[in-house]
Ligand binder design. Structure first.
Ligand code: C5P
Length: 135
């Protein structure tokens, strides 16, 4: 059996906006938007993995806050969690994605409505639509 995989994604927040990143691969999700992140490696905490991944993918240093409400289990052996984060230094740029953009509550809701978020991230997107509306 293969080892269980844990993926951590970042709800990167600045004021009333959140960062979303447009996937470049694989084909099924290319062009769709996600909360950026990646696999937690052996010996790392989820927060450490998120700091590393967002540095690799976006060229920023983040501080990591509380987890979002729901974990996602798209298939056996794969769990995704998301954590709030704030940029400590750097300006995000798409090193591994097609593009990055900041969205407010209405813009994030529009991405969800248009089917332009990756399916795994829909629950988190809904949670953040509600949270960003309060900011
Ligand atoms: O980004 P990466 O390819 O390393 O992600 C690992 C796995 O987690 C992939 O299956 C990807 O589709 C999934 N993922 C996701 N939502 C995210 C980040 C990753 O479904 N926000």
């Amino acid at each position: 059996m293969t080892d269980p995989v844990l993926v951590v994604a970042g709800a990167v927040l600045a004021g009333h906006r959140m960062l979303v990143a447009q996937r470049d691969y694989p084909e099924e999700v290319a062009g769709l938007w996600e909360l950026p992140g990646g696999k937690v490696e052996t010996g790392e905490s989820p927060a450490e993995a998120l700091v590393r991944e967002l540095c690799e993918e976006l060229d920023v240093v983040v501080s990591v806050g509380a987890a979002l409400h729901d974990a996602v289990r798209p298939k056996p052996g794969l769990t995704l969690i998301a954590m709030r984060a704030e940029i400590v230094s750097g300006t995000p740029r798409a090193l591994e994605h097609r593009a990055v953009r900041w969205v407010d509550s209405a813009e994030l809701a529009a991405l969800v409505e248009a089917g332009r978020m990756v399916p795994n991230d829909l629950g988190w997107a809904q949670e953040m639509v509600a949270e960003l509306r309060t900011k």
